[in-house]
Design a protein around this ligand. Structure first.
Ligand SMILES: Cc1cc2nc3c(=O)[nH]c(=O)nc-3n(C[C@H](O)[C@H](O)[C@H](O)COP(=O)(O)OP(=O)(O)OC[C@H]3O[C@@H](n4cnc5c(N)ncnc54)[C@H](O)[C@@H]3O)c2cc1C
Length: 412
């Protein structure tokens, strides 16, 4: 990647995180993927160096950096060869804690944040449901307050929840009031709940999947699962608005991860194309091999600009909301959440597509060896589909841009 133009902080993060990742080479990730084993040591190493609190305020024990630096951290992780597996072992601790840090009570923050930063607890993000899919506002998992107000009882099902087998806390979106057709985004509440897999009313079932097999993905069944009333984050019924903060941060991080994967695959392809000799010359001397790789590089670079632009808007909007000003070098106008949403969604889309192109071409440039596990490009290719699907699909981003930016009629 071309690193010109990044800030000192971003470059410091990139170098320090890459150094830690160097202790977890491709053999480590290949083996974790094969054995479907959690990269516990990797998570612990990043926690020990303080990186899990990168984008949390210093007052809570975090590093006080922004999503622009956190995105760089996630890119460095993926780019090291850890790919989406390494990123997924870490990222919910960074993005799911954003709405918590912003809207959680002092007691919630005191209890949760230091444990997450230190790596004693891991967090997962519980939004997707089998019957709602991308139509999040139709989710039906209910959290009912007990008559004496001391606890909530949760009933319903979540699906595809990453790390639910190792997490101690779930940032959960659940319904506390029936859906109101006039105000469909109301009635959903945000919780930070303990995940006690041995307690009655909670079952976590793994899903076997194509890539990123080192991290678990799960169906989570709640059947009257009891959590303390203090698990509610902020006001009841306002959860969807709160979670949007986490979602825009998540899109930026995912975009960074996709970039990392793409750059890793491309570097490996260039190395192989320089070394592999067929018909008496390196295969990279053929334009049919070189040009698709050069084209993939420029796609990644363009997506990189979109990604770090979105992350900067996210951070600047947060600073503006906190009343901080940047003087004459800052933006001329207030940055709206809509502008952040458009930039973050666009970045996630472009980075995921660029990563897919780079990973596919890296496999093809390796010929038969692209299909062999020892060259890693097959692992990254399997993983590069994740940013295309999650946390929001390509089609839904295209719908969003059509409707919100181009003002086209809503198609669904
Ligand atoms: C590896 C992995 C990890 C994940 N981790 C988490 C996690 O930790 N927490 C969590 O909450 N979720 C997680 N998810 C879930 C992920 O966010 C969802 O899979 C994703 O949002 C898509 O939802 P869905 O699978 O229900 O697709 P569906 O809603 O069933 O959609 C299926 C397809 O139809 C298309 N489609 C649907 N409606 C329209 C429309 N109106 N116009 C055009 N196209 C449409 C979609 O684009 C998609 O291609 C994860 C998923 C994966 C694969």
């Amino acid at each position: 990647m071309e690193t010109t133009g990044f800030t000192e902080n971003q470059m410091m993060v990139r170098e320090a995180v890459s150094q830690i990742c160097a202790s977890f080479p491709n053999e480590y990730w290949r083996e974790k993927d094969r054995a479907e084993q959690d990269p516990t040591e990797f998570h612990a190493a990043l926690a020990a160096a303080g990186w899990l609190g990168i984008a949390l305020p210093e007052s809570l024990g975090g590093a006080g950096l922004g999503i622009a630096e956190a995105t760089m951290m996630m890119q460095a992780i993926a780019e090291s060869g850890a790919g989406m597996a390494g990123a997924q072992a870490i990222h919910a601790n960074v993005y799911a804690t954003q709405p918590l840090a912003r809207f959680g009570s002092a007691a919630q923050l005191r209890e949760t944040i230091p444990n997450i930063i230190a790596g004693r607890w891991r967090a997962c993000f519980g939004v997707t449901e089998p019957d709602a899919g991308l139509d999040t506002l139709r989710l039906s998992t209910r959290a009912e307050r007990a008559p004496d107000g001391s606890e909530y009882r949760i009933t319903g099902q979540k699906i595809w929840i990453t790390c639910a087998q190792v997490a101690s806390r779930m940032i959960l979106l659940a319904r506390t009031a029936p859906r109101d057709e006039r105000r469909p985004s109301e009635g959903l509440s945000l919780f930070c709940i303990p995940l006690d897999r041995a307690a009655p009313g909670l079952e976590v079932r793994g899903i076997r999947k194509m890539g990123g097999r080192a991290v678990d993905a799960n169906e989570v069944f709640f059947d009257g699962y009891r959590v303390p009333a203090s698990s509610l984050v902020g006001e009841e019924g306002r959860g969807f608005r709160m979670i949007l903060h986490g979602m825009n941060a998540e899109r930026c991080l995912l975009a960074g991860e996709a970039l990392g994967l793409g750059y890793a695959a491309l570097a490996r392809a260039a190395e192989y194309a320089s070394a592999r000799v067929v018909f008496g010359r390196p295969i990279g001397a053929n334009q049919g091999v070189a040009h698709p790789l050069a084209d993939a590089y420029m796609r990644l670079e363009a997506a990189k600009l979109a990604t770090y632009h979105a992350a900067r808007l996210y951070d600047t909007a947060a600073a503006q909301a906190a009343g901080q000003t940047t003087g004459g070098t800052g933006p001329a106008t207030a940055i709206t959440q809509d502008a952040v949403g458009v930039a973050a969604n666009s970045a996630k889309y472009l980075a995921a597509e660029a990563a897919f192109t780079a990973c596919e071409r890296a496999v093809l440039a390796h010929g038969g060896m692209g299909y062999a596990q020892e060259y890693d490009v097959e692992r990254w290719f399997r993983e590069c589909l994740v940013p295309r699907i999650a946390p929001v699909s390509r089609e839904m981003i295209l719908n969003y841009i059509s409707e919100r930016v181009l003002r086209l009629p809503r198609s669904y």
